[in-house]
Design a protein around this ligand. Sequence first.
Ligand SMILES: NC(=O)c1ccc[n+]([C@@H]2O[C@H](COP(=O)([O-])OP(=O)(O)OC[C@H]3O[C@@H](n4cnc5c(N)ncnc54)[C@H](O)[C@@H]3O)[C@@H](O)[C@H]2O)c1
Length: 392
Amino acid sequence: MNNVRVGIVGIGNIGTAHANTLFSGSVEGAQLTAVCDILPARREFAKENYRDVAVFGDYSQMFASGLVDAVIVSTPHKLHCDIAITALKSGLNVLVEKPIDITVSKARAINELAKTVDKKFVVMFNQRTNDVFAKAREIVKGGALGELKRTVWIITNWYRTQSYYDSAGWRATWAGEGGGVLLNQAPHNLDLWQWICGMPVEVTAKCEVGKYHNIEVEDDVIINARYQNGATGVFITSTGEFPGTNRLEISGTLGKIVVENGVLKWWKLPENERDICFNATDLFPSIKYEYEEYVSQKSNNDAHKQIIQNYVNAILNGEELLSPGTDGIYELTLSNAAYLSSWKGGVPVKLPFDSAEFDALLAERIKNSKTNDPTATKNATGKYSKRWQVNW
Ligand SMILES: NC(=O)c1ccc[n+]([C@@H]2O[C@H](COP(=O)([O-])OP(=O)(O)OC[C@H]3O[C@@H](n4cnc5c(N)ncnc54)[C@H](O)[C@@H]3O)[C@@H](O)[C@H]2O)c1
């Protein structure tokens, strides 16, 4: 194969952006050959805008059409795994939008299936292409920060209005979305948090429901985490603060990094702080440290395209995946565990947790949810939005 024929399921906001990227020919080795949406208006849009691209109202028909080798799933989250499983079983490669679905149990199930088929399975964690976050990962994973002591991410610049939440029936409802800021906006940061710092072993959280909006899910969250070595972590997110903050601070035995405003600041100690602490005779030693800054080298306005290009390259020539589907399990583990902790009154939840208990508690919320219409989308703009990029 030297050309991957791509079909997109769900051409709402982000699906249309992906369709435009592919239709413009800017992904090498790929061609948009089909799209699918259950909304007649979106299918009309596709017929008018994507010449010679087949348009379907039923994804099973698209998968069986012989017109696609690979699909991108960009429907509401809770449909991701069901659609992706059908695609994998139809012999197709799959890239799903984040989050991989709404529960860890579904994320695990699809990954079990993906292991058994010789197809690529990818999740859209586009912020992994940001070079500043990649640098932070290299420093932490490479050991240059020593043993982890503390991680703190304040990611409160996901500001959303009531009008945003009202723009689609599935948004901000247990039945439609399976959660709020933790399921929709913060998955990027939860993923990067674990990608850079590793997974904690325990999570305690407070998820405040409808604090700033008329919604039945959370829009304000604090997660406290504990890592295997005793290090601690804090993750704070909200869609109700303006102006918000995007600041990641990681402290280790060999120094500290802070990522903010597109710059990574790095303080390097001459030796392990634990040795200084116990060997120094001074009460208040003035420790000489080195300081370095890493400024982003590239604009990050084509992050989604980079993930799609990597997906296509992986299919064509086995390029290593930047965002493999297996990694979709981790951030969902963090958000599901945060809910579990909060729903049980703020108890610590050890990871991995009991997903059957979580699924049962989520099912109760879905049963009592205000919407059972997981699909209703009113006003997809079809325009690539800056809010999908890393914002500082
Ligand atoms: N990676 C990112 O930066 C990013 C940005 C935005 C959205 N997303 C993710 O993409 C997904 C979609 O978000 P959105 O804002 O584009 O939503 P949206 O509501 O604008 O679009 C969803 C589309 O899916 C269609 N759809 C629903 N059920 C379908 C089905 N069974 N078959 C075919 N089409 C169906 C809807 O009609 C709609 O057009 C979400 O999971 C979201 O988290 C990711």
